[in-house]
Design a protein around this ligand. Structure first.
Ligand code: NAD
Length: 495
């Protein structure tokens, strides 16, 4: 069975706690490995290595910092299939999805390679007579990343490249459920020529997370995961004086106006609701139909959904794989049952699909006539379940989003430019799509939700990522004018 250890100071290091956590193949239900859980001492060793590496790294020139980043990009691109295989083996997502995840990660490395442009600073000459004012951004020191199971490669890559090129060292605590892809990426990072200790990976659970949150040498924490844990990370990290960005869960709405193209909206809803088995923080989980588009749209979605091929992620014909664990599958099932009991119409019931192995499979579900008091509406299910809420007016649709405690993404489908423009202005979400169901920003913008989907004030990657991993320093300098100054500067004034 595969043994997964930490990566500390460039070396594979066994956990000292004696505790291990099983890693499964979600498509078969079989255990494929075990990962060692970090003790406090393991975390301390990783932070110590990072402190030492950062003390030198912060003085390395910008040009020399990006040279290995270009190598890292090339190595990751060359090994994209291998990373994708590891993602599918432990997360379960289909290989094409896994390849897409790697591609989105590469975008963030590419952005970091342009750090020469992003770190230029500002300069005001002669702010007062003989006085110049300029600002620079300096690294924080050691920073930590704590990441979720659903994007084990992409989410660490949201922050590692920008943190490193801005002069920090990094300690990553990936999800214990699928740690092989981030471990492999960290190995590629070292192969790219970065110094030992600059990127360390500690596997673990709350013990490791709590130590990172309280360690005095960890200056900032980037967290991505569920809302209750995000709140905890934000509060605990801030209480310990750290800079924190903590991204939480979501319940993303897709509003479809009566004038929308039904085929376009149905295709978008199916891929956004069921892609990656709905285990995406930007998945569409609520479809809000306005007016009389509801019947034909639900029919079009139902027709497409029933044709989706569900199977092992390694099978090229599969369009959707299993969910992460058997417990999670059962939790999803119970939500569907609760929706039916509360009076919703289960148009397609994923619980009735049968699969011929022990994987964590569940079919897609489409639930119509959902109301806002039902748990299928209020809770983040994080599975292949699409709820339909029918309303009469655009204002009612917008109000649903305003009242939702989350605010990650939202989308509108319409041919009406005025409605779209109003939606982009008034919609309570950090990322908004217009005829785009999953508006994940490209790597040179930044990713972040509002309300219960993000705690802290900085979104991830892109320009906000650079700001998060640096602190500003403003310098004010006065030099006497050599021609008029009575001060003897000690060197000839005509040079
Ligand atoms: P999770 O919150 O259970 O775990 C995230 C990380 O926190 C993991 O590394 C885990 O080991 C750690 N953790 C778990 N419990 C902890 C505790 N009690 N104390 C300290 N650390 C703890 O999330 P998950 O199930 O891995 O991921 C799914 C969730 O992540 C969903 O809610 C999804 O919406 C969210 N997510 C959000 C975004 C976003 O950008 N907003 C992106 C991806 C995933």
């Amino acid at each position: 069975m595969k043994q997964i250890h930490h990566l500390i100071n460039g070396q594979s290091v066994e956990a000292t706690s004696g505790n291990v956590s099983p890693v499964y193949n979600p498509a078969t239900g079989e255990q494929s490995g075990e990962v060692g859980m970090a003790s406090v001492a393991d975390v301390d060793a990783a932070v110590d290595a990072a402190v030492k590496a950062q003390a030198e790294w912060r003085h390395v020139s910008v040009a020399k910092r990006i040279a290995p980043m270009f190598n890292f990009r090339a190595l990751l691109a060359a090994n994209a299939n291998e990373v994708a295989k590891r993602l599918t083996a432990e997360h379960g997502k289909v290989l094409s999805d896994a390849a897409g995840e790697v591609a989105r990660g590469l975008e963030n490395i590419e952005y970091a390679c342009g750090i020469t442009e992003h770190l230029k600073g500002e300069y005001t000459e002669n702010a007062s007579t003989g006085v110049d004012v300029y600002s620079v951004r300096q690294p924080l020191g050691v920073v930590a990343g704590i990441t979720p199971f659903n994007f084990p490669a992409m989410v660490p890559l949201w922050t590692i490249p920008n943190a490193i090129v801005t002069g920090n060292a990094y300690v990553l605590k990936p999800s214990e459920r699928d740690p092989s892809a981030p471990m492999f990426i960290a190995e590629l990072f070292h192969e790219a020529g970065f110094p030992d200790g600059l990127l360390n990976v500690v596997n673990g659970d709350k013990v490791a997370v709590d130590r990172l949150l309280e360690h005095p040498d960890v200056k900032a924490v980037s967290f991505v995961g569920s809302t209750p844990i995000a709140k905890y990370i934000y509060a605990t990290g801030a209480a310990n004086g750290k800079r924190v960005q903590a991204l939480g869960g979501a319940k993303n709405h897709m509003v479809v106006l009566p004038d929308a193209d039904i085929g376009l909206a149905a295709d978008a809803a199916v891929s956004a609701a069921y892609g990656s088995a709905g285990e995406r923080c930007m998945a569409i989980s609520v479809l809000v139909t306005v007016g009389d588009i509801a019947d034909p749209l639900v029919a079009a979605i139902g027709e497409r959904t029933s044709k989706l091929v569900i199977g092992e992620g390694t099978n090229p014909d599969s369009e959707m794989g299993p969910v992460i664990t058997a417990e999670h599958r059962d939790r999803i099932s119970s939500y569907i049952g609760a929706g039916a009991d509360a009076g919703a119409t289960v148009v397609i019931d994923g619980r009735t699909d049968s699969f011929d192995n022990n994987g964590n499979f569940i079919g897609c579900s489409l639930i119509d006539h959902v109301t806002t008091d039902m748990s299928v509406y209020t809770d983040e299910i994080f599975g292949p379940v699409l709820c339909v809420v029918r309303v009469d007016t655009y204002e009612e649709a917008l109000q649903l989003i305003t009242d939702c405690p989350y605010g990650n993404g939202a989308a509108i489908f319409t041919r009406d430019g005025g409605a779209a423009r109003d939606f982009q202005d008034r919609c309570e979400a950090g990322m908004v799509g217009i005829n785009v169901p999953i508006p994940v920003p490209v790597g040179y913008h930044s990713f972040g939700g509002w309300n219960d989907s993000l705690f802290g004030d900085t979104a991830m990657y892109g320009p906000e990522g650079i700001r998060f991993f640096t602190r500003p320093k403003v310098l004010t300098s006065r030099w006497p004018d050599p021609a008029t100054s009575a001060v003897d500067l000690g060197f000839p004034t005509n040079v």
